[in-house]
Design a protein around this ligand. Sequence first.
Ligand code: IVH
Length: 679
Amino acid sequence: MTQQQAQQRINELVEKINYYNYRYYHDAVSEISDYQFDQLMEELMRLEQQFPEFARPDSPTQRVGGTITKEFPQVRHKYPMLSLSNTYSLGELFEFDQRVRKGLQNQPFEYVCELKWDGVALSFTYREGLLVLGATRGDGEQGDDITANIKTIRTLPLRVQADQLPAEFEVRGEGFMSRHVFDQLNQEIEEENQQREKEGKKLLSYLANPRNAAAGTLKMQDSALVARRKIDAYIYDLLCQNNPFATHAEALHYLGQIGFQISPYYRLCKNIEEVFDFIKEWETKRHHLPVDTDGVVIKINNYVQREELGYTAKSPRWAIAYKYKAESAATQLLSISYQVGRTGAITPVANLRPVKLAGTTVKRATLHNANEIARLDLHQSDTVFIEKSGEIIPKITGVDLSKRLPSAPKIRFLTHCPECGTPLVRHPGEAAFYCPNEKSCPPQLKGKIEHFISRKAMNIDSIGAKTVDLFFEKGLIRTPADLYQLRREDILQLEGFKELSSQNIINGIQASKNQPFSRVLFALGIRFVGETVAEKLAAYFKDIDSLAKADKETLMQVPEIGEKIADSVLRWFADPDNRAYLERLKAAGVQLSIPENTTVRSHKLEGKTFVISGTFKKYGREELKQLIASHSGKNVSSVSSKTDFLLAGEGVGPAKLSKAEKLGVKIISEEEFEQMIAD
Ligand code: IVH
């Protein structure tokens, strides 16, 4: 390969990989399989090693890390990094609003409400489109230069095309670690500790919470380790000379368009009442996000008005942070129960001396898994602190060590299944212990049937968990396939069932035979094959026999299917019992393939082009695509001026949303779409 060819290929690979990365992290779309992606990365790394003179500063290989920084140089912030004044009281927020209105002499104004991410404030400087500096807040005047570390943040563009901004600009945001990654890391520590315990070595301490973990990670000296810890960031600020935008919302919108990750949950509010609504709405909803939040930041939208309001010594007068109170209490741990799920995973639950908390009496708290017990270092009869916010089940946040009796023994996790007595096992890389007796442990069998009939699977809503329990106890069903052999007479014999209710159950089971192939695939309950993966597999293989025949390589060709899923699928189909189970489902007439040609059901969507983004309550994405096609509409993957509708579900891609808004593409919900095709 000549020098020129090498440079050309490096450039090609950088552009290609950066594009796929962007699609994946920004639009949640994988255009190629993980395997193909890894191959491109490997080729690029090889070439960069061979021809280091052509390695580019925006090369995706930088994201993998490898730079060791002994001591982080200090950098002076071009614009000081201020902090916000905090409040826990809506009354004080009301007073803030009064100060703002007075300061603006009753001119009209708007607030922007954003979620307050619980992480680390970061600043990123771009020059001529290239990311040149990443820094921590430090004391607000100067912070640490952690450029090598922040380059591992996958959602942060290494290069941007920011035509509307000056050659140098700065964006700021919050670096964070998702709860999922946090749990995984503690899991790794737990595994290491098990080994150390055996060898009599000193145990490692657990990470206390995702915020500390993010802060610690960003200050690690080896950026390759940082890369493994998957730090992410939401951008919430733009700073530059001659800022071309009049408002914060316009700036956010633009930053989102050019490729920065902006939280999709910010909202413009016309007055303080709307701010209160936002705060109330997110008080419980925030717990469903994968990232910790501790409040809401309320900012004046207009930049000129911000300057009119000015600053105190430490913080702007044009913004304030409202923090949610975590309600907590102390109580005594009475015992621990263990629940067995459908996959055999064992979940420990703490039984507590009843205590009033946030208006309800709490008797139990989740403990997640063995790591959590180890992390808390729980001993019998400990006095524990519990916290609860909104509808979330309370959790134990710590132990009051001053109340622990010296003789209290440490809590040891179960060694055998509480339901069937089988010794528990743990898979490498997973936090949970499992009962491996999947073929006869009763709660696992029942759990599999419950999963099979659930709404997003076969949707047999004429049967509930109680009925499954009863049928199981009476020996009527042992696997989901038995459902299709149930007769009305069998049910009628049972106490409490009449003609009508029995017939209803049978009808529900019969109707499930119309559930599309992807739902059936999901209903099988193969590990790691969730709704989305089931859709991808169904769309790719079209029928169960082709899927059953596929080897690992073929499986990994499917977008978003990695090794873990491929192995799990292979394992499932290799089991003769599962094959026999499938044969019974086939004989019952369940859909085990996608119909050849989508039959045209109407011409209602003729000439209309749709983009689908997000997740939906009733339908899977592939199902929606088929529905669109069957009503003569057209599916495309990206929003353009030719698109008629953006069918937006929960978590719709922010880039798609802003593009649709800009181009005037109509944004519709699942319900609106249903109306379009309704008879
Ligand atoms: S704005 C001048 N917006 O909260 C104010 N801060 O003291 C600039 N934070 O550590 C901050 N989410 O890193 C802003 N949506 C958000 C935020 C946010 C989290 C953090 C910030 C800082 C603290 C404010």
